[in-house]
Write a protein that binds this ligand. Structure first.
Ligand SMILES: [Fe+2]
Ligand SMILES: [Fe+2]
Length: 176
């Protein structure tokens, strides 16, 4: 039976994107994401993580494009991206737990993180069965999603943290 992409769903907070337009929308190829100063949020802890997150995403991106690389190695790189994304999202979510952060920002931000993780888990599950170019399209989408998320949602979180005086590198302790 042919492998299915049904379990692979894109993150949904890019303007104008819907499930109905996926994966046709992904046919447009985009460039591998790179860190630029324009991505600086001003929160040192968030910015340090974003540099690493973008580097790991670029690593997975290149691995998917390398036809000579065993699929197990490709999967390993995407799993490293997933592990770091989870660590970074947990960091931001400790910041989001601060009572000074608006509920509306918190709930949207949490949902956005979960959508990214759902998509990356779909890629991990599919990478050994689907053609590499299909997985590459999802990685391209994740790259676009990440830059969009940093420019919008994370910039707003950093602004709110500065406004309420949350430390730059030290998130709130997690309440038991
Ligand atoms: Fe975020
Ligand atoms: Fe972030």
């Amino acid at each position: 039976m042919a492998p299915s992409t049904r379990s692979l769903a894109p993150p949904m907070d890019l303007p104008g994107l819907s499930n109905a337009s996926w994966p046709a929308r992904a046919k447009a190829r985009s460039a591998c994401p790179e860190w630029t100063e324009a991505l600086t949020t001003g929160h040192a802890g968030i910015d340090d993580d974003h540099r690493q997150l973008i580097a790991l995403l670029a690593d997975s991106w290149r691995a998917l494009a390398d036809a000579t690389l065993p699929k197990a190695d490709v999967r390993q790189r995407i799993e490293a991206l997933d592990a770091f994304a989870r660590q970074h999202f947990a960091f931001e979510e400790r910041l989001l737990a601060h009572p000074g952060i608006h509920d509306s920002h918190r709930s949207g931000h949490l949902k956005a993180h979960q959508r990214f993780l759902d998509t990356i888990h779909g890629v991990i599950d599919a990478v050994e069965n689907l053609p590499p170019d299909v997985c590459s399209h999802f990685m391209e989408f994740l790259g676009s999603w990440l830059l969009h998320h940093i420019h919008g949602t994370d910039m707003e979180l950093a602004r709110l943290c500065a406004e309420i005086g949350v430390a730059d590198t030290d998130p709130m302790p997690i309440e038991p």
